[in-house]
Ligand binder design. Structure first.
Ligand SMILES: Cc1cc2nc3c(=O)[nH]c(=O)nc-3n(C[C@H](O)[C@H](O)[C@H](O)COP(=O)(O)OP(=O)(O)OC[C@H]3O[C@@H](n4cnc5c(N)ncnc54)[C@H](O)[C@@H]3O)c2cc1C
Length: 578
């Protein structure tokens, strides 16, 4: 039997991180539920044992049920019947299998029938499910919406909606509209309070909504009449049982074809307010999108892993010029790079997940009791890191999913262009990852402040303070040189930005700056792994540091040569286009 957990030492390694002890303590509130629920762990070892067992089950369902269904689902896709979505038959089988395996509500509290596992386990399950079928992960992973309701909803709403997750109910995150994509502040779907019916009613259109006909939807809507910006938006929860939302159509897409992307029409659809009015976009959707961005990181990593396995398999089987093509340096160079980038990407994804988990747990605890000054300081520290690392991991992992899938298709030669091999589907599925949940450009918009405010630099310095074995001294030296380049680049860009305010010099080079910080950080997190398990990670680190150095040098050269006048080429482009 195949198993995407047991066949992947790197994913298993992430459960052994030293911060797991702190995460488990926080999540289990000092094992306070041990006498209340049979499934609650008694101590750290007990908890880790449960995580391992459940991840093993997730790995088995992913490899044995979801992966074999992927091609069929891609071919069949969902359809609309009587204004509602009917999933492809394989999607239904996947949902039934994953629910029967007890994988619904992984992170939710036990009182809502959840497993109360850390986010690390949910991200892991998502990674494995995406390796099997990224389109299915797209809709299954939306149960992270339930986590947002758990964070901000009333107890009444939580009791009503959260237990369904364990029973396989699916969710939707209903934000985008024709005129509100990256700019969600422009959302116009109207919510008005109907006094007679004693409910909010939703009217309007949403588009591009994954699993838009799911059992429960979190909807961003305009509750404040006459407003035009983010301050007039609230979050509401819509229950499909009322059948008041019609699916006008399912988009005919390039990839993730099993995932229904819906255009929805709301006509007096009843809904309940989540949290406070006017905080919909400012607070709740921001939290929701940050969670979802981790989900896309996991989806992207699953795609990288799937692509890598297909590339490796084909390179070993295909012979040309009398030998297997894996023996040609041009081919194994692509495999080397993929393997090293996947290791660095995984290190970054789980580092980010741990930061998010710690600050979220403190936030939950702060609703139960007052935090000590030390705990408050820790919450602030990890919240800032989570804010800085979340867009960075989304940026890198989604771009890696695309470039690794591209290279692995290249290894297949002409066969890769045919529908006969899964790599063609993987390339198509990967293409969405750097578009939704905020495009790569929008991740840079979120991350650039942490370049200028020094969050990345101070975290790099925190890594520098850690001890590495003497064997990694050459890597430490390379990291110091990259950091010096980074500081030089930031100084130059900030200098010109200050001289020419409003001309956009900093934003023009923002991606180079964010990516440079990212290359340094990824090298650091991978170096820390190589320090623990040199036999597994040293070669990958040696390859990754070469990639990072080359990328940093390229970005540094571009900024070094750049003058603020150069960025105005687009004005000529605009003129030519007139
Ligand atoms: C398959 C699929 C599934 C989806 N699922 C969901 C879902 O479940 N729920 C949901 O609510 N939405 C969903 N979406 C919508 C998705 O999040 C948006 O498509 C995405 O945020 C981009 O918005 P847009 O398509 O309107 O592009 P636009 O916002 O019009 O962007 C066009 C281009 O302009 C750039 N751009 C725009 N603003 C800026 C800026 N300030 N700085 C720099 N560059 C900028 C963008 O990077 C992009 O290159 C989905 C989309 C797809 C394709």
């Amino acid at each position: 039997m195949a198993n995407f957990f047991l066949d992947n030492k790197d994913i298993q390694f992430q459960l052994q991180h030293p911060l797991m002890r702190k995460i488990v303590e926080l999540k289990e509130r000092g094992f306070a539920e041990k006498d209340k629920y049979e499934t609650a762990p008694k101590n750290f070892e007990d908890a880790m044992d449960s995580y391992l067992r459940v991840m093993e089950i997730a790995g088995e369902v992913a490899a044995d049920v979801i992966a074999p269904n992927a091609e069929g689902v891609d071919h069949e896709g969902p359809r609309v019947v009587d204004d509602h979505v009917v999933y492809a038959s394989g999607t239904r089988q996947n949902l039934d299998a994953i629910t029967a395996a007890g994988l619904g509500g992984i992170t939710l509290p036990r009182k809502y029938n959840g497993l109360n596992f850390p986010l690390v386990c949910f991200v892991m399950a998502n990674e494995m499910v995406a390796r099997a079928d990224a389109g299915f992960e797209n809709l299954w992973g939306l149960q992270d919406c339930a986590e947002t309701l758990n964070e901000f909803g009333s107890e009444e709403l939580k009791m009503k909606y959260l237990p369904g997750v364990a029973e396989g109910e699916t969710w939707a995150m209903t934000l985008t509209e024709p005129d509100a994509g990256s700019d969600l502040g422009a959302v116009m779907l109207k919510a008005h309070w109907d006094e007679a019916k004693g409910t909010w009613l939703l009217n309007g259109v949403k588009r591009f909504i994954t699993n838009g006909d799911g059992d429960v939807s979190l909807v961003l809507a305009r509750t404040e009449e006459g407003t035009k910006d983010a301050r007039g938006l609230s979050m509401l929860v819509y229950d499909r049982k009322s059948m008041a939302v019609k699916v006008r159509r399912i988009e005919n897409k390039f990839g993730i074809k099993g995932s229904p992307t819906c255009e929805l029409v709301f006509t007096n659809a009843p809904a309940e307010l989540v949290g406070d009015r006017k905080m919909g976009l400012i607070k709740y959707v921001m939290a929701l999108m940050n969670a979802a961005r981790l989900g896309i990181g996991a989806q992207s990593l699953g795609l990288c892993e799937a692509a890598y396995h297909e590339g490796l398999k084909y390179a070993r089987e295909r012979a040309q010029f009398g030998k297997a093509i894996i023996n040609f340096p041009a081919v194994y160079e692509m495999l080397n790079n993929a393997k090293a980038r996947i290791a660095a990407a995984r290190a970054l994804l789980y580092e980010t997940t741990r930061f998010v988990e710690i600050y979220k747990q403190y936030e939950h605890i702060s609703h139960e009791r007052e935090l000590s000054a030390e705990e408050r300081a820790e919450m602030k520290f990890y919240s800032r890191l989570a804010d800085a690392f979340t867009p960075m991991q989304k940026l890198f992992l989604s771009e890696y999913a695309n470039s690794i899938a591209y290279d692995m298709l290249q290894i297949h030669g002409g066969s890769g262009y045919m529908k006969d091999y899964p790599i063609e589907r993987i390339v198509r599925d990967a293409r969405i990852t750097n578009i939704y949940e905020g495009t790569s450009q929008l991740q840079v918009v979120a991350a650039i402040n942490h370049v200028t405010k020094g969050t990345y630099l101070s975290q790099i310095e925190a890594y520098e303070a850690e001890t590495l074995p003497a064997s990694l001294e050459p890597i430490r030296k390379k990291l110091a040189a990259m950091k010096a380049e980074f500081v030089k680049m930031v100084t130059k860009v900030e200098g010109i930005e200050a001289e020419h305010k409003g001309e956009g010099f900093k934003d023009f080079h923002a991606r180079r700056l964010v990516e440079t910080a990212g290359h340094i950080i990824m090298t650091w997190v991978l170096a820390k792994e190589a320090a623990v398990l040199p036999e597994d990670y040293t070669l990958q680190l040696d390859t990754f540091v070469l990639i990072a150095e080359a990328e940093v040098a390229k970005a540094a050269a571009a900024i070094e040569a750049s003058k603020w006048e150069d960025i105005a080429l687009y004005k000529t482009i605009l003129k030519e286009a007139e």
